[in-house]
Design a protein around this ligand. Structure first.
Ligand code: NAD
Ligand code: WQD
Length: 347
């Protein structure tokens, strides 16, 4: 019996694969590598000293995906695969709707056909839009401001309808806040394409000398220092949350939503200071205008996940900065270099 991990080569997926393998689960990975590299999976295997099957398959390729279900005995699915860049989703919305929503519908059709009804889904705090106050509980009203966010919200609704139609389904909707950090080995981490959209990968690229300075998007928010406040969560804590959610879906039927964050809000300047402290180097920055669509404060109330999943994030902001830096220092070009070697070795 195996756990199917869609998008398992990606940032959060690869860290979750490590935790799953270390906890004795058998896993099968499906990824089309549209935003990741096979090298990540090689390193997952190296870190855990365990092998697993991976398929280069697009969720939209129904026939190829059905083969995965036919060839394996799957017990549950952790569904990470999706496109995730907010700005890009505004430019190419149809691609986002097709990839994220159609991909999920096709996956669920096969799950239904093969009677695999345990699902952990990657949702996002983005479904809360501009929250009226903080901390945010799961029962806050939902509203999204961009196509990416709408794909998450629509998928949550689709999964709700699915459970309503057949209450044998067991589903956990996990709303992540801001995942950062990397595995403490420095072997796997976040490997964004091009100019990073998110704060932490941008800071690490400034630190390594790839970018001159950080642009801080506004210092006139209603926060302790005027810069935006977010709930940064270490990717390993987040990965561990998936194992707890998996236990839950395998032991009951129903559908539940959980915030996965630390419950603590840090500002952009707090993150910069913490990063400077752990790396003993200055991060030059300039204050620029607010980024369109940004909100002032966003952090989670994690009581529900604490109580019902028996999960709590334990790593602090310094751990997150330290591990992000180790990953960046050891892999200045992400997974690229070793991929070249791999290709050469195979030729
Ligand atoms: P990621 O891009 O690193 O990983 C997603 C993986 O899915 C990639 O390996 C990509 O190649 C794969 N993929 C995309 N479309 C696919 C398809 N049609 N078929 C097969 N594989 C496909 O992203 P991540 O940061 O690891 O995020 C994982 C999930 O969590 C995503 O659904 C994302 O929307 C969600 N999420 C991420 C964040 C964040 O800040 N990183 C926050 C909230 C929610
Ligand atoms: C964090 C803070 C910025 C970059 C995004 C998505 C969200 C979720 C997580 C997927 C904000 C500031 C950033 C920079 C800056 N992803 N910042 N300079 O916007 O909270 O959330 O990722 O579901 O949907 O919207 O994260 O890391 O982009 O920004 O000043 O170069 O850092 O203004 O205050 P965000 P982020």
């Amino acid at each position: 019996m195996a756990i199917l991990v869609t998008g398992g080569a990606g940032y959060i997926g690869s860290h979750t694969c490590v935790e799953l393998l270390n906890s004795g689960y058998e896993i099968i990975v499906v990824d089309n590598f549209s935003n990741s590299k096979p090298e990540a999976l090689k390193r997952v295997s190296e870190l855990t000293k365990k092998s697993f099957i991976s398929y280069e398959v697009d969720l939209l390729d129904h026939i190829a995906l059905e083969n995965v279900f036919r060839e394996n005995h799957i017990e549950a699915v952790i569904h990470f695969a999706g496109l995730k860049a907010v700005g890009e989703s505004v430019e190419i919305p149809l691609r986002y709707y097709h990839n994220n929503i159609t991909g999920t519908v096709l996956l669920c059709e096969l799950m239904q056909k093969y009677n695999v009804k345990n699902l952990v889904f990657s949702s996002s705090a983005t479904v809360y839009g501009t929250p009226k106050y903080v901390p945010i509980t799961e029962d806050f009203s939902l509203q999204t401001t961009n196509p990416y966010g709408r794909t998450k919200l629509m998928i949550e609704e689709i999964l709700g309808d699915l459970h309503l139609s057949d209450n044998n389904w067991s589903i956990a909707l996990l709303r992540y806040f801001n995942p950062i950090g990397a595995h403490e080995s420095g072997r796997i981490g976040e490997d964004p394409n091009g100019i990073p959209n998110n704060l932490m990968p941008y800071i690490t690229q400034v630190a390594i000398g790839k970018r001159e300075h950080l642009n801080i998007f506004g210092n006139d928010y209603d926060t302790h220092d005027g810069t935006g406040v977010r709930d940064y969560i270490h990717v390993i804590d987040l990965a561990k949350g998936h194992l707890k959610a998996l236990e839950k879906v395998m032991n009951r039927t129903g559908i539940d939503t959980f915030n996965l964050g630390t419950g603590i809000g840090y500002s952009v300047l707090d993150v910069v200071k913490s990063y400077e402290k752990v790396t003993s180097q200055k991060i030059p920055y300039k204050i620029t205008q607010r980024r369109s669509g940004d909100i002032g404060k966003c952090y989670a109330d994690t009581t529900k996940a604490n109580k019902e999943l028996g999960w709590k994030a334990i790593k602090n902001l310094e751990d997150m900065c330290q591990d992000s830096w180790r990953w960046q220092k050891n892999n200045p070009d992400g997974y690229t270099e070793e991929i070249k070697e791999l290709v050469e070795n195979h030729n």
